[in-house]
Write a protein that binds this ligand. Structure first.
Ligand code: ATR
Length: 279
């Protein structure tokens, strides 16, 4: 389909941005729904992020996604910041409003929960303690999501304990930081284990933990999706635990932006998974 002069334009701002799967993801939706619109990669170095964000209304962009390393800057520079982005101190979705103001939101927590909802419909976050491995940006979104979903206890396990402690304010009454060597105790009686560390990602060392104390019905989710089946998911599945891979978090976090820019609620389908995973 050709673009007309009225095409709606959005994109993803990152540095680097060449690895991003978002242009393909949104491109598939635009094609599927026959929308006169485009979604483009926007490589913006840290020194130009303010100029780039301020230029969105001037260029007539409907908005943009924002990825590493610009999510904090996006939350700082936007005119209106929603509750999630404010709590996380990071935004991944910018929408240019009719008056030219830039609204910032964060759909990472939404994407995380929607992925579990779609792939593990019986899972209830309020059914018992949950374990989050890692304390980076992704862990922050997961902790906020689980707190909002009613998790009674969130055990944040991280190699650097101080970083885990630094996340506890996101869910003050339920989060607690635990050191990596206490993993076995953290897993006992858990209903969910989520890996948010980079371990297990292609090119990174594997995540090697002893799942022995994890209850057999506990759900295991890895937010790493390259590879789709990480060693963690393989060993959890081998001992009979239900598992959910990380691709859906990426796909679902994209929904609110697409809806806001292009006016249509998109669907996360097996077709979309195939398109986004294709080499
Ligand atoms: P992001 O913002 O994308 O989540 P990040 O800030 O780089 O990424 O965080 C990566 C996470 O992986 C951190 O929790 C990190 O632990 P530290 O806080 O101790 O650095 C974790 N991580 C990376 N390599 C690790 C390793 N070899 N063993 C244990 N944890 C590791």
């Amino acid at each position: 389909m050709f673009l007309t002069g009225k095409a709606l334009i959005a994109g993803v701002i990152g540095w680097p941005v060449s690895h991003s799967r978002s242009p393909r993801l949104h491109g598939h939706w635009l094609k599927t729904y026959g929308i006169d619109g485009a979604y483009v990669p926007l490589a913006v170095p840290p020194t130009r992020i303010e100029d780039a964000i301020r230029a969105l209304p001037a260029l007539g962009f409907a908005g943009a996604n924002v990825t590493v390393p610009h999510k904090e800057a996006a939350a700082r520079l936007a005119d209106d910041v929603d509750d999630f982005a404010r709590r996380l101190g990071a935004a991944n979705t910018l929408v240019v409003k009719p008056d030219g103001r830039i609204a910032a939101s964060n759909s990472d927590a939404f994407g995380f929960l929607e992925n579990l909802r779609q792939r593990a419909p019986g899972f209830r976050a309020n059914a018992g303690p949950v374990v989050v491995l890692g304390s980076g940006g992704a862990a922050r979104a997961v902790v906020v999501a689980l707190a909002d979903a009613g998790a009674p206890e969130i055990r944040i396990v991280n190699r650097t304990l101080a970083r885990a402690s630094g996340l506890c304010h996101l869910a003050p009454s339920v989060a607690r930081a635990m050191p990596w060597p206490d993993m076995a105790a953290a897993l006992a009686d858990a209903v969910l284990l989520v890996n948010t560390t980079s371990l297990g990602m292609e090119g990174q060392p594997p995540l090697e933990i002893d799942l022995g104390r994890l209850p057999p019905r506990a759900l295991v989710n890895d937010i790493v999706y390259t590879p789709l089946e990480t060693a963690l998911l393989a060993s959890a599945a081998a001992r009979g635990n239900p598992v959910v891979d990380g691709l859906g978090m990426l796909l679902h976090q994209a929904r609110p932006g697409f809806k806001a820019w292009f006016g249509r609620e998109p669907e996360v389908t097996d077709d979309l998974r195939r398109v986004v995973l294709a080499p």
